[in-house]
Ligand binder design. Structure first.
Ligand code: 26Y
Length: 810
């Protein structure tokens, strides 16, 4: 069985399942038990297709891609799976008869927040698209016991609480004990002459960690394809535990047990301490080694082709450098376990692996200290050393005397392992995530590599799943689109372009306005319930939601809010179109400026919201614990999408696409995918401001920017800056760290430089909003052109340009 014929069948299955699971009468079920019951029923529906999909891939020996990512920010799965199976209506009707409302059951699922932000959410959209397009592709990651922290705001400040998302169990996973593998750490590795006259590696005195896979089905859209996300959990190996115990050292035994369990306990353990960094490296190798071992085992058992042909059947993609150890690990397996020569193994490895870069911020470039790397991964280190030796010899031969070049492409340099260099060297394909970002990689960040391997480089502009971010998040808009252009856009997002024909049709625009209004009411209700704050659904909803970071410039936004407040205070008669400024996002626990930014937003919010006169015109709110589910409430309700990073810093952004798809107007800099959004919709349908990337670059290289000059020459800037440190924002609060970054450290992200252009852009937004029909037209144009930003387009480009995959019908 893989559908429920009708609501009657649903009800009877539900009753049976609930009885087995809970041994309770239906009326006594808690909402969470109802959620779990439905989730298990859905899993039953999926299982047949899941098995068949796997069988088909193996029988047809279809080429498959494995997407390795240290993060998968999935969001809730019940709703998306029901939609994928086309069972949402039946389920809703059945539950209704039994006295429950599906919309109240869905929030019972805890968000599996196995990611920090953009990169993790992108991975989730990608596996969604792979299944929707019937492409053979799977995810590989870690089953963290605790996802990204739960954010609370206490006394205006972020407090991080553990996210125990597994507390009530996770109905979507299937533990596969028989597919466990061992991953080895520590010990000694050295080369010795082998019997056949060559060299072989001896690896000894290591300790073993058992990696146990938990598989999650990734359900296609109305197509019977079910791919797999494999999440690895670290367990101690009983053998090793007993060995330690038998040596009589209980301390060592327990130390071993604890350190193993730590590997899959937290997403991104603190990396400001040596201990934390080591754990992070262990996580990376753990995921990579477990994932690769299971792929090679599958290849030998099911594909049964020569390992020299590995890359004809398997593609491995690394989501940033965190899984870059697949390169030396695949070398290890091919050489030490399968007996290939160095050259043969290297050819297979490079042809198999492809790498995506997601950031050019120097501090986010991964580097490991050689002593730590070597002691934790001695065999892998030998391989990295050898590939670096061969590579530098080649470079020095090609470019004699050019030591600058050698430095810029070395994998080992200055006592560190440079992961981005390893990733580029060991991959046949390197891509950035938006046109401007891919260009910057070629021109500067990876320029020397680009001169060595120009054909490896390409661009794949990011995309988002229009299933989650439109069909699922905004059923009201989805329904209007069906009524207007028919339902084809659901299968083929490009068809959204048909909306353009209606973008001047007053009847359509009126309905579009109603949808937006409804979504603003829904959000206002949520805010009322949770914060006991009233926001006015007739005001402009201006939203910035993303990780808190200096380069993303939440500071620019809140300083403009503060400025607007001062202007209104100084001009009691002045009227503006009422605005609701909403913020959401988490700051890294050790990132002082980001945490102070959150505090500043909350302090300014109190100042503004407590002022009886001002609060009729503006409201400010920081929404706690921004995650995928909260995003699903926010994107549909937005009028204005804040995308205001310093040009050249945001690799792509994907929130910008989700807003656009839901009809918000972008207020942004020429950065990341904003550049392409601007190209799609034109100047009339988005508002662009601020320095361009080349101007920012010029300032960095040639100097010439002084934030002190901005401060001394502009009274408005002086006023807001002074208020950061003179205690006038309330309770004598002071924001010294932010003040210093803007003035003493010369405003690395050009907040003050872009301040006035941003204020003008905000006025332009207001002017356009008040031309109601024109605004609605812009909103429609944005929706119409958002089809390009579906991750289906992106994944098709990866599939044809990098992985060479073809769809397989299940
Ligand atoms: C090494 C470690 C500190 C590290 C951890 C996480 C480095 C980077 C990251 C995450 C990066 C990330 O999320 N990047 C974002 O990727 C998105 C998807 O491509 C982009 O849209 C977004 O611009 C980029 O910031």
């Amino acid at each position: 069985m893989n559908t429920w014929q009708d609501k009657e069948e649903f009800k009877s299955e539900f009753t049976k399942k609930a009885h087995i699971l809970w041994e309770k009468d239906l009326p006594d079920l808690t909402p969470n038990e109802v959620y779990q019951t439905v989730a298990f029923m859905v899993r039953d529906l999926v299982s047949e297709d899941w098995i068949r999909t796997n069988e088909t891939y193996a029988e047809e020996k279809a080429k498959q891609v494995y997407y390795f990512s240290i993060e998968f920010l999935l969001g809730r799965l019940l709703d998306s799976n029901l939609i994928g199976l086309g069972m949402e209506d039946v389920c809703r009707a059945g539950l209704k008869d039994l006295g429950w409302d599906l919309d109240r059951i869905i929030p019972e699922e805890r968000d599996p927040g196995l990611g920090n932000g953009g990169l993790g959410r992108l991975a989730a959209c990608f596996i969604d698209s792979l299944a929707a397009l019937q492409l053979p592709g799977h995810g590989c990651s870690i089953r963290y016991q605790y996802g990204l922290f739960n954010q609370r705001i206490i006394d205006d400040q972020q407090v991080e609480l553990p996210d125990s998302w597994l507390a009530d169990g996770f109905p979507w996973e299937v533990k596969k004990v028989d597919k466990a593998v061992n991953v080895r750490f520590g010990g000694n590795a050295y080369m010795r002459p082998s019997e056949d006259g060559g060299l072989e590696c001896v690896y000894e005195k290591y300790s073993s960690v058992r990696a146990v896979p938990y598989d999650v089905p990734i359900v296609g859209y109305h197509n019977h394809t079910v791919n797999t996300l494999r999440l690895w959990r670290a367990e101690y190996s009983r053998e090793d535990m007993y060995r330690e115990l038998s040596l009589g050292d209980r301390h060592r035994a327990f130390h071993y047990k604890n350190s193993v369990q730590l590997i899959s306990r937290f997403l991104y353990p603190e990396d400001s301490t040596e201990e934390g960094r080591k754990l992070r490296l262990m996580q990376e190798y753990f995921m990579v080694s477990a994932g690769l071992q299971s792929i090679v085992r599958y290849y030998k058992k099911k594909i049964k082709e020569s390992l020299y042909k590995f890359d004809q059947y398997i593609a491995i993609h690394i989501n940033d450098t965190h899984p870059a150890l697949v390169i030396p690990e695949l070398m290890r397996i091919l050489m030490d376990e399968e007996g290939l020569s160095w050259d043969a193994a290297w050819n297979v490895t490079v042809r198999t692996v492809a790498y995506t870069n997601h950031t050019i911020l120097p501090e986010a470039m991964e580097r490991w200290s050689i002593p730590m790397f070597k002691s934790l991964l001695p065999r892998i280190y030998l391989i990295v050393e050898e590939l670096n030796r061969r590579w530098l010899a080649e470079v020095r031969k090609r470019f004699p005397g050019d030591e600058d070049k050698a430095r810029d492409v070395a994998v080992l340099w200055d006592g560190q392992v440079h992961m981005a260099h390893l990733a580029v060297l060991g991959s046949h394909s390197v891509n950035g995530v938006a046109e401007i970002h891919s260009q910057i990689l070629k021109d500067s960040t990876l320029h020397q590599f680009y001169t060595c391997f120009p054909s490896r480089f390409s661009n794949k502009t990011n995309g988002v799943s229009h299933r989650r971010w439109l069909i699922q998040s905004n059923p009201q808009l989805a329904g209007l689109l069906d009524d207007t252009i028919g339902p084809d856009w659901r299968l083929e997002a490009k068809r959204l372009i048909d909306v353009e024909k209606f973008s001047k049709d007053p009847a359509f625009l009126e309905r579009l306005a109603q949808v937006k209004q409804t979504r603003k009411y829904i959000l206002a209700d949520y805010i009322q319930q949770k914060y006991e704050v009233k926001v006015d659904p007739a005001s402009i909803f201006d939203i910035q939601i993303k990780r808190i970071h200096l380069y993303k410039r939440q500071l620019l936004n809140i300083l403009h809010v503060l400025h607007l407040y001062y202007v209104l205070k100084a001009n009691p008669r002045m009227q503006i179109t009422p605005r609701t400024f909403l913020f959401g996002g988490k700051a890294a626990a050790g990132y002082g400026e980001a945490k102070q930014t959150i505090k500043l937003i909350n302090v300014v919010a109190r100042l503004v919201n407590n002022d009886r006169r001002i609060r009729k015109q503006m409201r400010v709110l920081f929404l706690e614990n921004y995650n995928v589910s909260l995003g699903q409430l926010l994107f549909p309700a937005a009028d204005v999408s804040e995308q205001i990073s310093t040009a050249g810093k945001e690799a792509s952004g994907t929130g910008n696409m989700k807003f656009m798809m839901n009809g918000a107007i972008t207020l942004g800099t020429m950065d990341g995918a904003n550049v392409e959004i601007h190209r799609e919709v034109g100047d009339d349908n988005c508002v662009i401001f601020g320095l361009r990337a080349n101007e920012v670059m010029d300032y960095y290289i040639h100097g010439g920017y002084s934030s002190w000059n901005m401060y001394s020459e502009d009274a408005d800037i002086r006023q807001i800056m002074n208020s950061l440190v003179d205690g006038s924002l309330g309770n004598g609060e002071s924001f010294g760290m932010l003040y210093d970054s803007l003035l003493d450290r010369n405003d690395e992200f050009f907040v003050l430089k872009d301040f006035k252009p941003y204020c003008q852009a905000q006025q332009e937004i207001e002017r356009r909003y008040n031309k109601r029909l024109q605004w609605l037209h812009s909103s429609a144009v944005n929706i119409a052109h958002s089809g390009y930003f579906s991750s289906d387009r992106t994944i098709r480009q990866y599939a044809s340009g990098i992985w060479h995959l073809k769809p397989v019908k299940s």
